[in-house]
Design a protein around this ligand. Structure first.
Ligand code: GLA
Length: 399
């Protein structure tokens, strides 16, 4: 006869009880995520937005996922945790839909480990040297999380926040608006920052990302979207044959810790010249000090622009599927990151193992380390001012 196992010590009993409770909560959350059908919130001229539960954080916060669909079947799923774009399905030249961003099937993966897959990054996208800056005579310290530097807003940046979310729809398309108020001193940054980021899916197969922020104290702000694109489809290997065009005569070379030296260097005659469409892999292995420092492309390009407003920043093209991605932005810079830190240690959607350079990121932004670089366009937002930024990701196909 098997005896029931008795837990004798009260401490252990409590621990076992807590474990059991946690297990019940986790399976309830999983059931909730599976069992509750999505709520259709709106249909508008063949486009649709739905909302469904996507899980619960360890702190007990419910996470929802919004699905935006347009009349052509293009579909974007984005969740309230980190504002993360979980999937983005677009047709290839034969009309076949594939998911063109890396990530996970469920919330658990994103909670375990993620190199910012699909997330809204802030308060300061990219690096701040030595994790400190001086503003109006006061010095501020932000979290050290990348060598000696601060990366992507610190240890608990906007990618790890559960955002409030509301759907919207209208003639411009269907969308979701994420809002979040970051308290004064959050991750060391001054000022209470009220942020709003919207994703709009248009009937022209565009994802429009609009950023808005206000503050009650002067503070640096630099927001971006960190989707990992593979135009051949998630899990289809490296992106080295995919082609890039970048509208930049100059880029910002970096030191060995990926902090810009302050120089705006010409791309002419370097592997950073993408003014003629060139395969990502064509020069990535060249013997070049900058490529060595980035372990590939992990650099900010200075976008050519004649006037403020949207400028066509880049075009990516996958010769295999025919998919194209055009990026336009109001930002001055574009960080090209070629998944150099992906090393096969992450298993993502549908069991896909993400190897070296299995995706590229096109992060529209102000230049890295701007709070410490007086020669760069300012990233300081002051009370009474509005931070506004727009990036358009337009998908299409080419023969
Ligand atoms: C940015 C950085 C990279 C890397 C990725 C995420 O692109 O510039 O160095 O941190 O984010 O891994």
């Amino acid at each position: 006869m098997t005896m029931p196992v008795r837990v004798r010590e009260p401490g252990k009993r409590l621990a076992a009880f807590c474990l059991a409770l946690a297990a019940i909560a986790a399976s309830a959350a999983a059931l909730r995520a599976q069992a509750v059908p999505p709520t259709t919130l709106a249909t508008h001229q063949g486009a649709r937005v739905t909302r469904a539960p996507f899980g619960t954080t360890p702190a007990g916060q419910a996470v929802d996922v919004f699905t935006l669909t347009n009349a052509h079947g293009m579909e974007i799923r984005a969740m309230t945790y980190g504002g993360i774009i979980v999937s983005l399905k677009v047709p290839d030249r034969t009309g076949r839909l594939d998911d063109v961003v890396l990530g996970y099937d469920s919330l658990a993966g994103y909670l375990r480990t993620t190199p910012y897959f699909g997330a809204i990054v802030g308060r300061y996208a990219n690096r701040i040297a030595h994790a400190q800056f001086t503003l109006d005579g006061t010095s501020y310290h932000v979290p050290v999380n990348d060598g000696a530097n601060s990366l992507h807003g610190g240890i608990a940046g906007f990618d790890k926040v559960v955002w409030n979310a509301e759907p919207f729809w209208g003639d411009s398309g269907v969308g979701v608006a994420f809002t979040h108020t970051s308290p004064d001193g959050d991750q060391g940054y001054p000022g209470k920052l009220a942020v709003r980021v919207t994703y709009t899916l248009t009937d022209r197969d565009e994802l429009v990302v609009d950023y808005h922020a206000t503050t009650d104290k002067a503070t640096p702000v630099n927001l971006t979207q960190h989707s990992y694109f593979n135009l051949a489809g998630d899990g289809s290997g490296d992106v080295l044959r995919q082609v890039l065009w970048i509208n930049a005569d100059r880029y910002t070379p970096v030191d060995s810790t990926l902090i810009p030296t302050g120089v705006l260097a010409p791309v002419a005659g370097t592997p950073f010249d993408f003014r003629t469409p060139t395969a990502i892999g064509a020069r990535i292995a060249q013997d070049d000090e900058q490529l060595r420092r980035g372990r590939g492309y992990d650099h900010n390009f200075v976008l050519n622009r004649a006037s403020p407003g949207l400028v066509h920043a880049a075009r990516a093209f996958d010769p295999g599927s025919g998919r194209t991605l055009d990026v336009s932005t109001t930002e001055p810079g574009l960080q090209i990151y070629t998944g150099n830190f992906l090393d096969g240690s992450i298993t993502g959607k549908a069991g896909h193992v993400y190897g070296h350079r299995n995706a590229f990121c096109l992060e529209t932004q102000h230049f890295p380390d701007s709070p410490n670089q007086s020669g760069f366009p300012s990233t300081i937002l002051r009370p009474g001012e509005e931070y506004r930024s727009r990036t358009v990701f337009a998908f299409g196909v080419s023969p």
